[in-house]
Design a protein. Structure first.
Length: 102
């Protein structure tokens, strides 16, 4: 099996592990400091894959662009007040969250 095949299998596995969750159910991860925001401009599965591959250069670029990082207090408060639903995926120890597009 080629390296490309393994990477595609890993992407598919991450895709299967995504789930929609209400932010109120995710707040414990925010409180623990492990909730990471993924901008709706990005593909959540691709972001999770890059995390799993330790692609620091790509993650750093997204962080510099404000598209990836720890969930801020402001985001958390907004999501509570709007009763937000998010796509989620775990890349241990992190939980990546992305607002469901309406």
């Amino acid at each position: 099996m080629s390296d490309t095949d393994i990477k595609e299998i890993n992407r598919a596995k991450l895709n299967l592990e995504t789930a929609q969750m209400a932010w109120v159910d995710m707040q414990r991860y925010f409180a623990s400091g492990v909730a990471l925001y993924v901008s709706p401009e990005l593909d959540l599965v691709e972001a999770a894959f890059q995390m799993s591959e330790d692609n620091i250069a790509q993650i750093k670029l997204w962080m510099e662009e404000g598209k990836f990082g720890k969930v801020s207090d402001e985001q958390a408060a907004e999501w509570v007040s709007s009763d937000a639903v998010l796509w989620t995926v775990v890349v241990s120890p992190w939980v990546l969250v992305q607002l469901v597009k309406k």
